[in-house]
Ligand binder design. Structure first.
Ligand SMILES: [Zn+2]
Length: 443
């Protein structure tokens, strides 16, 4: 659009004014176009077509194929797929839970089974097996906790084959006791129920294994006073499931070093047949951001080669980035700077960052640019953590930064069914884009 406008603009005195006007217009058009491109990619990836970009229904790989085409459309020089395998526990079959309380209202026969909604009232621990049957519920007395008494109670016939319900962080603080309750043959309980405040979350990070007994996450309201539950939950463990990273390359003026952009495109997949985790903020937002950056740099040749790495397997514990870091297609020592963009679909005016030790010199420049241009009110740097795809590179001494928007209105929906195209925010896209672009001009 910009280029064709310029080609047809008249030359000369009056024309120069028009040219300047067109240039100004053109710049605005590019930004508007980037934002609409950004939104379109997020909308696509968070749609039902990709079923939360998980594994059992092939959504992650379908999303990878979509990205391959997007990079090609953007006009990058090369797109390759880097396959790798992972073991992953999935839930894409039956997902039913019913609860029984002694005096429900309205009171009918004194007892009524209540149907709970997956993703709203309950979800599954990622390493839980499937579970079927009717179970008594034993509520742990956390106010007067006594482990011996609990184990003695659980040995009583009325609690045979029960589910032990307890607040999650309490089980975490008493992990020795509760690990015993997860093991087959250790106690008479059939499984565990962890309570977690609404909105209920779902994870995949430790889904590379399956424990002996089922573990169900439930909101405190959904399990309060519940005496019995009925469950019908299917799991499917996928062994050596093949997925892939999508790698796009843009040739720069020099090839002895490169800039690298990373963003994971996988998410949590399904919780039962109907529910999927759209992951608009986590991380359709970062994925879309690097696609539009690729689009920009394909049209504005960069000083150095650029790689755009769309990783799979991040929510399954950084599997794609770990694989790439162990099998890099360019020596890691040649990376001038790496930008990992994860969850920028929010509206906080502060930008959260993490840096590797080697990335700290670059961080000074980010601060300098931001102080000057005020893209964000400020940058907030936290300690390096294994929370996203920059980490395998940071531990291998690559200069890098992790860019995630500070908690805004979208963050409350992190890893819930509500992280959708309707709740994702677009505010931090443009400041992130400009911050990175200015950085590359100066670094
Ligand atoms: Zn995530």
């Amino acid at each position: 659009m910009l280029i064709s406008n310029l080609k047809h603009s008249p030359k000369g005195g009056a024309g120069r004014g028009l040219l300047i006007m067109l240039l100004a217009l053109g710049v605005m058009q590019v930004n508007a176009q980037d934002l609409s491109h950004y939104k379109r990619v997020i909308k696509e990836l968070s749609s039902a077509k990709y079923q939360g970009r998980g594994y059992a229904k092939g959504g992650a790989n379908k999303a990878g194929k979509f990205l391959q085409k997007e990079y090609q459309k953007a006009g990058v020089d090369e797109v390759t797929l880097q396959p790798f395998k992972l073991d992953i526990n999935t839930f894409s079959g039956k997902m039913e839970m019913k609860s029984l309380t002694p005096n429900p209202s309205p009171v009918r026969d004194g007892k009524t089974w209540k149907k709970l909604t997956p993703g709203v009232d309950f979800s599954m621990r990622e390493y839980s097996p499937g579970v079927r049957g009717e179970f008594p519920v034993y509520h742990v007395d956390t106010l007067n906790y006594d482990a011996d008494r609990m184990f003695a109670d659980l040995a009583k016939p009325e609690y045979a084959n029960c589910l032990v319900a307890c607040e999650f962080w309490f089980t975490y603080r008493h992990s020795k006791d509760f690990q015993r309750l997860q093991k087959a043959g250790e106690c008479n309980n059939a499984g565990l129920i962890y309570t977690w405040p609404s909105p209920i979350k779902f994870f995949k990070a430790y889904g590379h294994r399956v424990v002996d007994k089922p573990i169900i996450w439930v909101t405190p309201e959904a399990i309060k006073d519940v005496q019995r539950v009925k469950l019908d939950v299917d799991n499917k463990f996928l062994k050596d499931y093949e997925c892939f990273n999508v790698i796009a390359k843009i040739e720069g003026q020099r090839h002895d070093s490169c800039y690298v952009f990373t963003a994971h495109y996988d998410h949590l997949g399904n919780l039962g047949k109907k529910i999927f985790y759209a992951g608009a903020n986590d991380n359709a937002s970062g994925t879309a951001a690097i696609v539009t950056l690729a689009d920009y740099y394909a049209k504005n040749r960069p000083p150095y080669d650029m790689y755009f790495l769309s990783f799979s397997g991040e929510d399954a514990n950084l599997r794609g980035s770990e694989y790439f870091a162990n099998n890099p297609i360019v020596p890691l020592s040649q990376i001038k700077y790496l930008f990992n963009i994860d969850m920028v679909g929010d509206n906080n005016p502060v930008q959260y960052c993490e840096c590797s030790e080697e990335g700290m010199r670059g961080y000074q420049l980010f601060e300098q640019i931001n102080n000057e241009k005020k893209y964000f009110t400020s940058l907030h740097r936290g300690d390096l953590a294994a929370n996203s795809d920059h980490y395998p590179f940071a531990t291998r001494h690559v200069p890098c930064i992790f860019l995630e928007n500070e908690k805004g209105d979208a963050f409350q929906y992190y890893h819930t069914i509500y992280d959708t195209y309707q709740t994702v925010k677009f505010d931090s896209y443009e400041p992130v884009f400009r911050l990175v672009r200015d950085f590359i001009e100066k670094y």
